[in-house]
Design a protein around this ligand. Structure first.
Ligand code: FES
Length: 103
């Protein structure tokens, strides 16, 4: 398996506060969410039946899947009803206003 590497995802100014944006670094479906100035990177596929979370609803640090209302913490990826289920989260960093994700 190849090592994880930092891959450019988006210009930071394309991600306003309290917004989300689907990106595909290395072809992976990742959802970037900026909340109160902090950016979180989670899988864009729901842990239930793989619906696209980018169509979901953001409430605080929770994203609600548009298909059957499963809710996940965007900081940890945890499914709020059963924390042993989670969606992948990704490390990220911002360099010179460019957002990179470790994939
Ligand atoms: S696919 Fe997300 S709740 Fe069912």
């Amino acid at each position: 398996m190849s090592e994880a590497s930092w891959v450019f995802a988006i210009e930071e100014d394309q991600l306003p506060n309290n917004s989300m944006q689907a990106v595909f670094p290395k072809g992976l479906p990742i959802l970037l969410i900026k909340r109160e100035g902090k950016i979180c990177a989670v899988s864009n596929k729901c842990a239930h039946m793989a619906c696209t979370l980018a169509g979901g609803y953001l409430e605080g640090y929770t994203i609600k899947c548009p298909c059957h209302d499963w809710r996940f913490d965007i900081r940890t990826g945890e499914f709020l009803t059963a924390k042993e289920i989670r969606i992948p989260t990704y490390e990220l960093r911002v360099l010179e206003k460019k957002v990179f994700v470790k994939v």
